[in-house]
Design a protein around this ligand. Structure first.
Ligand code: SF4
Ligand code: SF4
Length: 202
């Protein structure tokens, strides 16, 4: 029979006095260290829906879908918790001062149904007032406008979307006339419609 080493005997006696080294999980909840890199979480208030995080994610753990049914135009951002490798690239790339998505210390990732292993947030979309194509999320347009300050006036789309978000202009009035000509320039337009209405001779 192999006898225990002196170090092992010391550890065994210590464990008898101070208790076991392991925790009683799951009876007792586990609290990770503050610097633990757990699954990233969106902050719906700070995220502007720019998709930079989706672009940089190395494992495609972030996705989105745009729903443009009538008045309900929204972007749904997905974070797939079963694919994420907690690398933190999304947080690093986040244009909202790295606070739109942040690594948390949430480590509990067990699911009974793997198809449910995702989290979502929703952002309101701005559509082109002529063709209905997606321009960007409204919060993203406001974010750009805040960054460039008075240069917002050089872009009618930024300017009008800013005014609309402040409730200064009535969307019904600016959308009333649709002649795909000069009068349509005073609208929130995608790049293609902006070009078409600017180059038209009507
Ligand atoms: S932590 Fe890394 S893997 Fe996970 S969503 Fe962010 S970029 Fe993708
Ligand atoms: S604001 Fe940040 S979290 Fe939101 S979509 Fe852009 S990069 Fe992702």
């Amino acid at each position: 029979m192999k006898l225990p080493k002196a170090r092992e005997l010391v550890e065994a006696v210590k464990a008898l006095i101070v208790g076991p080294y392991t925790s009683k999980f799951p009876k007792k909840p586990h609290t990770p260290y503050p610097s633990f890199r757990g699954q990233p979480k969106y902050d719906p208030e700070k995220c502007v829906g720019c998709l930079a995080c989706e672009l940089v994610c190395p494992v495609e753990a972030i996705g989105h879908s745009d729903k443009t049914n009538g008045k309900e135009s929204k972007r749904i951002m997905y974070h797939y918790t079963d694919t994420c490798i907690f690398c933190g690239s999304c947080e690093q790339a986040c244009i909202a001062d790295n606070e739109g998505i942040k690594l948390s210390n949430d480590w509990e990732l067990a699911f009974f149904d793997r198809s449910q292993a995702f989290e979502t947030i929703e952002k309101e979309l701005q559509l082109c007032e002529l063709c209905g194509d997606v321009i960007a999320c409204k919060d993203h347009l406001n974010w750009i406008s805040e960054r460039i300050g008075e240069r917002t006036y050089s872009s009618p789309t930024l300017y009008y979307s800013r005014m609309a978000s402040l409730g200064v202009i009535d969307e019904n009035i600016i959308s009333a006339l649709r002649d795909h000509g000069r009068s349509d320039r005073i609208k929130i337009l995608c790049a293609r419609c902006r070009r078409d209405t600017t180059l038209t001779t009507r």
